[in-house]
Design a protein around this ligand. Structure first.
Ligand code: UDX
Length: 455
């Protein structure tokens, strides 16, 4: 990112946010990146999970009525959330844009609508207003391909299914990873297929596609993605490194874990965090606790309040566990994760493999223990373990003995040493992409030119 305040270009981009943590973070980072190139920024976000406007005085914010009531809406049902947001936000957003364009200053003209791929209504509004729509993928480029390659195979029972015998079949488009590993299941429900088809159709209408990925991480896949989509694809990741921006956490970050990390030996700590959406049951919590205790490694464990079904937090864990790990374990409700992963004491990251967490770990050279739960997480875990080989996957039921062994394999055994070296190499390559003439640096300049060429 440019250090000096960039000259304003007189072009405004309106960014449309999908209001969940794993999407708010990259979208606000992207806003900071585009601002650094001289574009003025309006952030249009649903009322639900509103980002903190005060953290970004340089942006203009507009809140779109979303019709979601916190009382009857469950954020864990993301399919319902996407559907409601797309039907409820389109009309108010179009009205806002029309009014904005009526009184527009010739030195501050709307140059395009930049929207999260799940907020596909924004592309419709862009077309209605004859504005360029720019589609943003906050997950791996491979997910774009996945959506395009398996779009409409509907099964009469309401899902696409394939026999177990095909589960191990390699998919040439996706680094020859196996079908089940990529899809996470042998059965995909129709609503998910329909969403994928809608997102793919919308993406094909966009004037440009921005992906939060690093070119060398998905080189082969990106070539294939470009074959499926007519508009240019810009790999602008990792967003968080290109534009370190103010925290956009919806939960309060507990920074006490950083002073705790300061007291630990280099590369000794395993950090555990499952992002903003994963939930687990009580048994899994207990097995994790004892697996961590028995591993004898120092650990920093983020347990998000409400993430264990039926519990407020960790009230179930017995005194005997707390006594056993005293001084060696630190448990918090939410952490400044990027700072944690960049800390010299952290030597491993047990993650659900949300794409942001995966990129944040890769960029700090931290090897991973992968435990994917849903959506794109299985695919990211396959990348980490089978393609980049910078992690181990924790498969099957969570059981304390298995956890203890996996942690020791990653943190102290020879296998872990090799993984750590590869993770360090990956970090170095990611840094090169950000430097002058690196792939991300060049992609950003090309994107800025492309947007200005819309006229
Ligand atoms: C969701 C999906 O689950 C994920 O698969 C998809 O790729 C993006 O949307 P989430 O589960 O929240 O995201 O995971 P992730 O993508 O890793 O994003 C979580 C973000 O919250 C990261 O930027 C991480 O740094 C941040 N975080 C997490 C914190 O700041 N503190 C924490 O304690 C935990």
């Amino acid at each position: 990112m440019e250090k000096q305040e960039a000259k304003r270009l007189g072009h405004r981009l309106v960014l449309v946010v999908y209001p969940f943590q794993g999407h708010i973070n990259p979208m606000l980072q992207l806003a900071t990146i585009l601002y650094s190139k001289g574009f003025s920024i309006t952030i249009a976000h649903p009322q639900f999970n509103s980002p903190n406007h005060e953290n970004h005085p340089e942006f203009h914010f507009v809140s779109i009525p979303d019709g979601l009531s916190k009382t009857n809406f469950s954020p864990s049902n993301f399919m319902a959330a996407i559907s409601a947001l797309n039907s409820n936000c389109e009309a108010p957003f179009q009205q806002y844009m029309e009014e904005m364009m009526k009184v527009e200053d010739p030195h501050d003209r709307v140059a395009g609508v930049v929207y999260d791929g799940f907020m596909h209504f924004a592309q419709v509004v862009a077309i209605n207003l004859k504005l360029p729509g720019i589609n943003v993928r906050t997950s791996a480029a491979a997910t774009l391909l996945l959506f395009a390659v398996f779009p409409d195979a509907h099964h009469e029972k309401g899902y696409i299914s394939f026999p177990e015998s095909l589960a191990q079949a390699p998919v040439p488009e996706l680094q020859s990873l196996d079908l089940k590993g990529i899809l996470g299941s042998t059965e995909i429900p129709t609503p998910i297929l329909e969403l994928r088809a809608t997102v793919t159709d919308t993406t094909k209408k966009a004037s440009a596609i921005i992906v939060n990925t690093v070119h060398f991480l998905e080189q082969q896949t990106l070539t294939k993605v470009q074959e499926h989509f007519p508009s240019p694809v810009f790999s602008l990741g990792p967003f968080h490194k290109l534009a370190p921006s103010a925290s956009s956490s919806l939960l309060k970050e507990d920074s006490s874990c950083i002073s705790w990390l300061d007291k630990q030996a280099p590369k000794s700590v395993i950090c555990i965090s499952f992002g903003s959406m994963v939930s687990m049951d009580e048994k899994e919590l207990v097995e994790m606790a004892w697996g961590l205790a028995n591993s004898e490694q120092p650990f920093l464990w983020v347990v998000r309040p409400g993430s264990v079904r039926g519990l407020e937090w960790i009230e179930l864990l017995p005194e005997s566990f707390k006594e056993r790990v005293e001084g060696r374990g630190c448990i918090v409700k939410w952490a400044p994760q990027k700072e944690v992963l960049a800390h010299g004491a952290v030597g491993g990251f047990w993650s659900h493999c949300g794409w942001n967490s995966t990129l944040e770990s890769v960029c700090e050279g931290v090897p991973m223990l992968c435990r994917p739960y849903f959506g794109d997480q299985g695919l990211s875990a396959k990348y980490v373990c089978s393609v980049w080989k910078v992690g181990l996957e924790l498969e099957g039921d969570l059981e304390r003995g298995k956890i203890e062994r996996a942690i020791r394999r990653l943190m102290v055994e020879t296998e872990g040493v090799e993984i750590r070296q590869r993770a360090k190499d990956l970090k170095h390559k990611a840094e090169l992409c950000l430097s002058e003439d690196g792939s991300t640096y060049n992609a950003l300049n090309e994107l800025a030119q492309h947007i200005l060429s819309f006229g």
